[in-house]
Write a protein that binds this ligand. Structure first.
Ligand code: SF4
Ligand code: FE
Length: 480
């Protein structure tokens, strides 16, 4: 089944989720102004499946049922699937200008399709069978899954089992005949309030002592014992007050939403458990997921870059400087940086390969290079956007002033750029640049989403094979 955006929104109603923000319980998260823009951007991942222009990118054929499904629930079966993923994310980034949140769960599904298979090969367990049943459920109902990896982690110098408080990493507290009971918390979980399911994975490589922390499972978001506390973002008061103009991107927001997800003795039936104690596979699951999500950023963030480049060019046009050579050169630099990110996302996809499970995986080295570039280039792109647009992006009067009968006339007159463009248009573009470059969605997420830069350096260092490179240098110089 393929859901439309509206059907998706309807499908979320009636859940009994425990969600809080600003010290209050949110009874209707789909209607709440704080959470509405992020809902709209996830809905865009549903609507695009019905857009004839993008059917090839946005839908796929399920390898389990042969039915047409939304690509966000598809398991990559070829290099072409990996490439289409990156292209789809770029288009959605262009359409929403923000994080559309559904990729984390998608990447978790693909990572689990590989790792559950490999655990079963070694341990004769049944996780892959459970996983496939879960996948069929997700595909047939066209569900959105949140991917929950990052634990709150407490003292970073200590392993999970060494922490003063054992709950600082999600762990199994009880094994029963019918399932397991888990406790702990996951942090900055993207899109979770508007997700039907939460897929939990370990956050790091684990040792035998941390066995209880080697746990992966999926539960509906409204499962008893789960509490969601939505994080603050820049611009949240503008959302709450309905200051649409000042939000820049009022429909989709400057970012998705993230939440702290607390699991307080949550019961998970065995057929929803995908790892339980196989600690030697925890690192592999983390790396496989991370590689997929680092690939993702070579799509989504590039789409956002396209929007920001467009906004900077418009700002220049409205300021009357579009033809200045230094402006043209800065815009070209923005494009060069943005396309380099896309090139990395595509490269790690084209170098993808088939795993024993049949799922195609991206090339880890190139996916990590992609993401490490994403921790840097968007900052430079944003810096150039600030340079081109000018200081008004940070000092401009508010929407309320602009709408005030007396002040509005003054603003209209004195904040005009070129005479044939209404002041309102100029202000809207400045607000878009402000919101895109000073909030979570484009920059902080580029830095820390899919792992902070040091995580990529660790992977790159592991994969770089410096020994081999030293040999190359020795060979040429005759050093034995
Ligand atoms: Fe998807 Fe990008 Fe948001 Fe991650 S940051 S969920 S890849 S849109
Ligand atoms: Fe992200």
């Amino acid at each position: 089944m393929l859901m439309s955006g509206k059907e998706y929104v309807d499908s979320l109603k009636g859940r009994k989720i425990e969600v809080y923000a600003f010290g209050e319980k949110i009874e209707k998260p789909c209607e709440h102004p704080l959470l509405k823009p992020s809902l709209n951007s996830i809905a865009a991942t549903y609507d695009i499946a019905f857009d004839p222009k993008y059917t090839q990118l946005a839908t796929a054929t399920s390898h389990l049922t042969g039915k047409k499904i939304n690509r966000f629930t598809h398991i990559h079966r070829s290099v072409d699937d990996l490439v289409k993923k990156v292209k789809l994310l770029r288009v959605l980034g262009q359409k929403t200008g923000t994080c559309f949140q559904r990729c984390v769960g998608w990447d978790a599904l693909n990572a689990l399709s590989i790792v559950t298979y490999e655990i079963d090969q070694k341990h004769k367990t049944e996780y892959h069978k459970y996983f496939i049943e879960f996948l069929k459920h997700v595909q047939s109902k066209d569900l959105t899954c949140a991917g929950a990896m990052t634990d709150v982690k407490g003292d970073r110098s200590l392993r999970p089992s060494e922490q003063a408080d054992p709950d600082l990493y999600v762990h199994v507290v009880e094994k029963r005949d019918d399932g397991i009971v888990v406790r702990g918390a996951k942090v900055h979980i993207t899109g979770v309030v508007h997700s039907h399911e939460i897929i939990v994975m370990p956050t790091r490589a684990l040792t035998e002592k941390d066995k209880d922390y080697a746990v992966s499972f999926a539960v509906p978001t409204d499962t008893e014992g789960i509490t969601l506390i939505v994080g603050r973002q820049m611009g949240d008061l503008r959302k709450l007050r309905g200051e649409y103009f000042d939000l820049g991107n009022f429909k989709y927001g400057a970012a998705g939403h993230e939440a702290l997800v607390i699991f307080d003795n949550v019961f998970v039936p065995w057929n929803r458990v995908f790892m339980c104690g196989e600690y030697e596979f925890a690192g592999q699951l983390v790396e496989t997921f991370a590689s997929y999500h680092r690939q993702s950023y070579g799509g989504c963030k590039v789409g956002l870059g396209d929007v920001l480049i467009g906004a900077a060019a418009l700002a220049a046009k409205y300021n009357g400087v579009l033809k200045a050579s230094h402006i043209r050169s800065k815009l070209v630099d923005m494009v060069y940086l943005n396309e380099t990110l896309h090139a990395c996302g595509l490269a790690c996809s084209y170098e993808g390969f088939k795993t024993s499970s049949g799922t195609f995986r991206v090339d880890s080295m190139l996916a990590n290079i992609c993401k490490l570039n994403v921790t840097k280039f968007p900052y430079e792109i944003a810096r150039l956007a600030h340079d081109i647009a000018g200081g008004l992006i940070a000092t401009m009067p508010s929407e309320k002033d602009y709408k005030d009968p007396k002040l509005g006339k003054l603003i209209e007159k004195y904040l005009r750029g070129v005479s044939d463009v209404p002041t309102e248009h100029r202000m809207k573009i400045f607000r878009l640049i402000e919101n895109m470059t000073m909030s979570t969605g484009y920059l902080v997420e580029s830095m820390h989403g899919a792992g902070s830069p040091e995580a990529q350096r660790i992977m790159i260092s592991r994969l770089a094979n410096f020994e081999e490179k030293m040999k190359l240098a020795k060979n040429l110089t005759g050093i034995n």
